[in-house]
Design a protein around this ligand. Structure first.
Ligand SMILES: [Zn+2]
Length: 330
């Protein structure tokens, strides 16, 4: 069996699959053997993950202390958690997109503010109080897998990260999170994309608290679809994702994602044509009884699609006693 990451390895990019406690399974971090020796993401903050990261680096002939540059792809804790520890052990620079810096540097406070935002959003969209409280307890327990880090090198959309043997162009691709960043090696046509595009599962367009002071609910799925359109245009032969196997035909995969989201929006439209429903009721109609840990993911997914219908003028929001229901517009 051929190694799906062989082509990346031939370009000096090595995938290490680091364990996480989350449903998504292992997270891919990438070591680029170049000058500086560069690691993209680090894994969640746990002893097991740290041990495996160290062993993985050693199997490639490097010590953790040799890492000189750590690059963060986005703010999620399965990617971010170990960044601070690896940086303090190695003295590596930490590079992250400008939009991610406040979150990374003030992780605990920011994560708490995100949870408060999520709580209000869940209640407003019909998720029962006991489910919301249970999920908040899970979320604060999970916070231990994240940790703050100092960003020493701030990246901007359009920047170029120059290593000795390659240049990586930096692009902001918000949607899955507000800070998703992809890195393009235009010469080799390789894109380090993290969770912006995954082969086996569609990236969840998580609704995340806006940090720019804007009010109202961010339209995460619509933002994400715009980002996918931009990536569709890129000349790329190999996409290295944050979970699972690499992608060799990004345009076909993105087209498939567009079709899936269109189908789902139409399905929701059918459901609200029957009668007005809250996002929680729509999630139940789509997926049945949802595990508590999945409540926010499925809410984000549903609201992403109702946003499309609202944008097209085919749905409207009706608020009653603080709970929003979606109604079809004839
Ligand atoms: Zn993520």
């Amino acid at each position: 069996m051929s190694d799906p990451f062989a082509r990346a390895a031939a370009a000096g990019i090595h995938r290490l699959a680091i364990p996480t406690p989350f449903a998504v399974g292992r997270v891919n971090v990438y070591l680029i053997e170049d000058d500086p020796l560069t690691l993209f993401d680090a894994g969640p903050n746990s002893g097991t993950s740290f041990d495996e990261l160290q062993r993985g680096l050693e199997s490639l002939g490097h010590a953790l202390e040799d890492i000189e540059l750590l690059v963060l792809t986005h703010q999620h804790i399965d990617h971010l958690g170990l960044v601070g520890l690896v940086a303090s052990r190695s003295g590596a620079e930490v590079a992250a997109l400008d939009a991610a810096v406040p979150f990374v540097e003030r992780f605990t406070e920011e994560a708490q503010a995100d949870d408060d935002f999520a709580r209000d959003l869940m209640l407003r969209h019909g998720i029962p109080e006991d489910v919301v409280s249970a999920l908040q307890a899970v979320s604060s327990a999970f916070r231990a897998w994240g940790a703050r880090a100092d960003v020493t090198r701030v990246l901007h959309h359009g920047d170029r990260l120059q290593l000795r043997d390659r240049a990586l162009d930096v692009f902001h691709r918000p949607g899955h999170s507000p800070t998703d960043t992809v890195f393009l090696d235009a010469e080799r046509r390789i894109l380090i994309a993290a969770d912006h595009l995954l082969a086996q599962i569609s990236s969840n367009p998580l609704i995340t608290r806006p940090r720019d002071g804007s009010i109202g609910r961010p339209r995460a799925l619509m933002t994400y679809l715009d980002s996918l359109r931009a990536t569709h245009e890129m000349e790329v032969e190999l996409v290295l994702p944050g979970h699972g196997d690499p992608i060799t035909d990004h345009r076909a995969l993105i087209d498939e994602r567009f079709r899936m989201h269109r189908r789902r929006a139409e399905k929701l439209h059918g459901l609200i044509e029957e009668r007005p429903r809250s996002a929680y009721e729509l999630a139940q109609a789509l997926w049945g009884n949802i595990a508590v840990t999945q409540a926010y993911l499925t809410l984000s997914e549903v609201l992403g699609h109702t946003d499309i219908l609202l944008d097209e003028g085919r749905a409207r929001e009706v608020e009653d006693s603080g709970v929003v229901r979606f109604d079809a517009v004839a």
